[in-house]
Design a protein around this ligand. Structure first.
Ligand SMILES: *Cc1c(COP(=O)(O)O)cnc(C)c1O
Length: 517
């Protein structure tokens, strides 16, 4: 049997009126040239900006930008790609925060690798949806291979499985949902009602806030997350974890999970995973390792040992968009026992009826909290196929080295004090005034951060530690040099010093010396 073939003769001529103009914007066999032109034009705009920017930010303020955005009438289209790109340049690209710039040193945002951007362009154009095989086909298999690859890197064993997610927050929520359901396994509805408010999660005081958020979403009690104070090394103490497990047990509070962190957001520290795993194994408690940040070590040619013990976790969060140089979003939840993923399964007659399970149709929706879901895995796939894991790991090694140099630089500088040295790529420090105005130190550090961002010359983060204001470098760009770090430190000291000078001079204590009059 011959299939019908589209020929030039068979194609009706395009009318040129109303609905046709709209149809011309749909990507299909007739519009591929427009698609090529539009995407190329967009890429060209971004490339031009990337080539031109001289700092990580312009320092634009919300009150300067908001009127420009507000003035755009969304009901009156420009009808033209070039005009829309011109407009976008003014409201977004010109004043964007650029993570590729070597003096962007603030949050866990990485510069992105080109193969991943290629993946992004492909995945959104094909627009596969990862919920069911009949919406993704090969995409599902590619995602599964990457989950298996990640699980193997972690060392989770043959029963491991997982799924890509939108980010670490979702991965942590998902992990804790599985842990909750495992803790409540076999409970009657009445038991569940009694047990739910009693469940406890033991987590680090230096861990990520998404754990508390997850506890709230999972219907646990407001005090469900028991925070264990860290030592001066900002790592969870295994003894304290064991102690809290025992204390909860004594109080009749079942511990549903311990959350250890491989790469704390603020300090870049890694909890002693092996010893914490010992405590969890003895007590039979689910161990979740939040490696949203530290997952880059999975491919590090020199530092993989820093994650030793992670292979004993029941579930692991990995954010490829933190330390694999992937564009947002790219994250996964990986579990030791794939069967636990059933806790997120719901059979809908229209989508994934139980019959499909019997037929072994690989529907990822059975494992995911999401339904329609991006094929984010493609970005990592192309990254691995073009560059390979070692190359990614070398990039991550480089930023860890650079952060070590930055720490040395700050530690040797009398203008600053610095906290715990991170095995990853974070430096937490603060400017310290030496003369009068010492009480203004917190405000001066806060001011320095804001003034630096406003100048557009550098962007750093801030955090509070033991009630005091600190500044933070998160180095994720191999292009950042020691000179960049030194330059930013000088700027911070200058802004902070000027702040203290101005405010100490006008403080009442100083004013008293002025003649009253
Ligand atoms: C960033 C981060 C998260 C949250 O991940 P998102 O991708 O931002 O949702 C969770 N845990 C840690 C340790 C993180 O650093």
């Amino acid at each position: 049997m011959t299939l019908p073939v589209h020929t030039a003769e068979a194609t009706p001529t395009r009318p040129t009126t109303g609905p046709t103009t709209a149809r011309a914007q749909l990507l299909n066999d007739r519009t591929v040239d427009d698609y090529r032109r539009a995407v190329t034009a967009g890429t060209e705009r971004v490339a031009r900006r990337v080539a031109e920017v001289t700092g990580p930010f312009t320092g634009v303020r919300p009150d300067e930008l908001a009127p420009l955005v507000d003035a755009i009438d969304l009901d009156r289209p420009l009808g033209d790609t070039t005009a829309a790109l011109d407009e976008l340049d003014g409201v977004y690209l010109r004043d964007a925060v650029w993570f590729h710039h070597p003096r962007y040193l603030a949050h866990l945002n990485c510069p992105v690798v080109i193969p991943a951007l290629l993946g992004e362009a492909v995945l959104s154009a094909v627009n596969s949806s990862m919920d069911t095989w009949d919406q993704s086909a090969g995409g599902t298999l590619i995602e599964r291979r990457l989950i298996d690859w990640t699980a193997t890197r972690i060392g989770l064993g043959p029963a491991a499985d997982g799924v890509f997610t939108s980010g670490g927050t979702q991965s942590n929520l998902h992990a804790l949902l599985l842990a909750r359901e495992e803790a409540l396994a076999g409970a009657t509805p009445t038991d569940r009602r009694v047990l739910l408010p009693r469940l406890r999660i033991i987590a680090s005081a230096a861990g990520h806030f998404s754990v508390q958020k997850a506890a709230k979403l999972l219907g646990l009690a407001p005090d469900a997350v028991v925070l264990v104070e860290t030592g001066p090394d900002r790592r969870m103490r295994p003894g304290a974890v064991r102690h809290e497990i025992a204390r909860c047990r004594r109080d009749g509070l079942p511990v549903m999970a311990v959350v250890a962190t491989a790469g704390t957001t603020d300090f870049g520290t890694i909890d002693p995973l092996d010893e914490i795993a010992d405590g969890c194994a003895t007590a039979g408690v689910w161990l979740h390792v939040d490696a949203a940040y530290g997952c880059g070590l999975l491919v590090s040619p020199t530092r993989r040992h820093l994650l030793d013990g992670i292979e004993r976790a029941d579930s692991v969060t990995v954010d490829y968009h933190k330390s694999f140089f992937q564009p947002v979003s790219s994250s996964a939840l990986v579990v030791r026992d794939g069967r636990t993923l059933r806790h997120a399964t719901w059979h809908a007659d229209y989508l994934n009826p139980a019959r499909m399970v019997a037929q072994r149709i690989p529907n990822q929706v059975d494992k995911s909290l999401q339904t329609t879901r991006r094929f984010d895995a493609l970005k990592l796939w192309l990254t691995l196929r073009v560059m390979g894991p070692d190359a990614v790991g070398e990039l991550f090694d480089e930023v860890c080295d650079r952060a070590g140099q930055a720490w040395d630089l700050v530690a040797a500088d009398p203008r600053f004090e610095v906290l715990t040295r991170s095995p990853l790529s974070t430096v937490v420090f603060r400017w310290r005034p030496t003369g009068p105005g010492r009480e203004l130190a917190d405000a001066a550090n806060l001011h320095a951060r804001e003034a630096l961002a406003a100048s557009g010359l550098g962007v750093v983060a801030g955090t509070r530690v033991d009630g005091r204001q600190y500044l933070k470098f998160t180095v994720l760009n191999p292009a950042t040099t020691g000179d960049d770090i030194g330059y930013v430190l000088d700027l911070i000291a200058e802004h902070a010093g000027r702040y203290v000078h101005t405010h100490a001079a006008s403080s009442p204590a100083v004013d008293l010396t002025c003649p009253v009059g």
